[in-house]
Design a protein around this ligand. Structure first.
Ligand code: ZN
Length: 242
């Protein structure tokens, strides 16, 4: 098995670009590069060689760095078909495709709703999944190109993974999501505790991710919704929650 480690490059306001590296060879994949320069700088500073870019969906804050990184490194770009509207793509993938990423294998999931072609990359052996803007710590993505039914199914599918699977999300939204979760479930002690942890981490300027499947089952109101109607009500409430 490849010895993979994952680190975050914080970019733009609250995006994370994830670097998946083989710690023996320095071979690296960049997930959802919003921009090229900070990602290339972070890789250079650590002696990493970016050979692959992976996109979860077409949004420019997840694909804007694709071409710049490819020009600098000659990497291959793997993405859902929808990303072709904004970027060159070398390999289009969809549900069930298996991709080898710096020596490890990931299976692609179609998880539409935030965008119509949104995908996730699940590394079963490494116990990690890259979910883009579909699930966040204690929250979920907005429904730009899909339905509450689809997003509810995505939540249930991710939550059915083993509890120790780490979930890598596209944005640092945890604190705002924790405030909404407390509003949605005022009696949930795990939510209360996680809100305090998120406050403390953010006060120190620290990242709150990745999260885990087990933590989301305990604290994510969108995962804990009992059915798609309940989910839809929560999602609509969150859209206007301040
Ligand atoms: Zn997005």
């Amino acid at each position: 098995m490849a010895r993979l480690t994952v680190s975050a490059v914080p970019v733009l306001t609250d995006n994370y670009v994830w670097l998946i590296r083989d710690s023996e060879t320095g071979e690296t994949a960049a997930v959802d590069p919003s921009v090229a320069a900070p990602v290339l700088e972070a890789a250079a500073a650590e002696g990493l060689r970016i050979t692959q870019v992976l996109n979860t969906h077409w949004h420019p804050d997840h694909t804007g760095g694709n071409v710049g990184i490819k020009e600098a490194t000659g990497c291959t770009i793997t993405a859902p078909a929808e990303a072709r509207r904004v970027s060159q793509v070398d390999r289009v993938v969809a549900e069930g495709d298996r991709v080898t990423i710096v020596g490890a294998e990931a299976v692609v999931w179609d998880i539409p709703a935030h965008t119509a072609g949104h995908i996730a990359y699940y590394f079963e052996d490494e116990r990690m999944i890259f979910v883009g803007d579909t699930m966040f710590a204690m929250g979920c993505g907005r429904l730009f190109e899909g339905t509450a039914e689809q997003m509810y199914a995505n939540m249930q599918r991710i939550a059915a993974l083993p509890g120790d699977v780490r979930i890598y999300c596209g944005h640092e939204y945890t604190l705002a999501n924790a405030h909404f979760a407390e509003h949605a479930e005022p009696g949930n002690a795990a939510v209360r505790q996680r809100l305090e942890e998120a406050k403390s981490l953010r006060d120190q300027g620290k990242i709150t991710l990745p999260t885990t499947v087990a933590e989301e089952r305990e604290t994510n109101p969108f995962v804990r919704a009992t059915n798609s109607q309940d989910f839809a009500r929560l999602r609509a409430e969150k859209d206007s929650f301040r």
